[in-house]
Design a protein around this ligand. Structure first.
Ligand code: PTJ
Length: 258
């Protein structure tokens, strides 16, 4: 990986980029994953590369919804695997919720590379590669191939950096969907039950922290968090935030405040 000096003003962002590029070279990230990352970067730039209040609310509700699930699963694609491998493993160990490799640009080589990568980071259970799979109805893409023990039988699925078709298909089968997506306008963001509009690199460690805190609370406490959460409202907040920030940014620095 290219060495990025810590003093660089865009250190974090450049580091993420390097991880995705390195992941591509390792055969984990799809070529299109580099483009998807760029789209995410653009939205992150606009929100100021910080976790905002609307994201915090969604992270807390998402953590609660996953804990309430009869059977929850985290769906992992190439980008997610290289951006937050340690947090994925930590979350899975903490909760017993398995990870499932589920790819849009599916190849056997990539599936196996992601499996090995996640295992080497300490993930206890990685589904979707060596276990039995089946077809999720209503989907044309390769994402229709899902693990019987995992997404197929789950009632709650966390699907970060997702494409809209699958979120819609998962919803049609009656599952709850939690997503992490920097683009609040995407179809996934709009279809999901809980949308965390934030960079996965910041959001996932926070999800782990909230989960640790909420795990010891009574079920009723978690239910209240989920029942009081409104995804449409949260998305509107995210979009209004973007609108206001663009208005501020549209004045060159010398003119601000005039
Ligand atoms: O590994 P595969 O084969 O399953 O393919 C994965 C990609 C990401 C290439 C595939 O799912 C895809 O094409 O996704 P989309 O339709 O480009 O959607 C990805 C969404 O994630 C977009 O809305 C991006 O804005 C968003 N995104 C990208 N990077 C990040 C992000 N959201 C949060 N954090 C990021 N770092």
């Amino acid at each position: 990986m290219t060495e990025i000096p810590k003093s660089h003003p865009r250190y974090e962002s450049l580091l993420m980029r390097e991880r995705v590029i390195d992941g591509y070279k390792k055969g984990i990230v799809a070529l299109a994953g580099l483009i998807a990352h760029g789209r995410g970067e653009a939205f992150d730039y606009i929100i100021g590369e910080k976790t905002r209040g609307f994201a915090m609310k969604a992270i807390k509700a998402g953590a609660a919804m996953m804990l309430l699930g009869r059977k929850a699963v985290v769906s992992v694609n190439g980008n997610t695997a290289v951006l937050v491998p340690d947090s994925l493993a930590e979350y899975s160990k903490l909760t017993g919720i398995p990870l499932e490799v589920n790819l849009f640009y599916r190849t056997r080589e990539r599936e196996e590379a992601i499996y090995t990568w996640l295992k080497s980071h300490g993930a206890p259970e990685v589904l979707g590669v060596y276990d039995e799979t089946t077809i999720l109805e209503g989907l044309e893409s390769w994402r229709r191939v899902v693990s019987i023990k995992g997404i197929y039988s789950a009632d709650v699925v966390l699907v970060p950096l997702e494409d809209g078709d699958r979120t819609e298909a998962l919803k049609k089968t009656g599952k709850k969907v939690v997503t992490i997506d920097l683009n609040p306008f995407s179809r996934t963001s709009q279809y999901a039950d809980i949308t965390i509009v934030d960079n996965i690199c910041r959001a996932f460690p926070l999800l782990v922290n909230y989960t640790r805190e909420l795990m010891n609370k009574p079920r009723q406490y978690l239910e209240e968090i989920v029942n009081n959460y409104n995804n449409k409202e949260t998305l509107s907040e995210a979009i209004a935030f973007i609108r206001d920030r663009l208005t501020v940014l549209s004045y060159p620095p010398g003119l601000q405040g005039q």
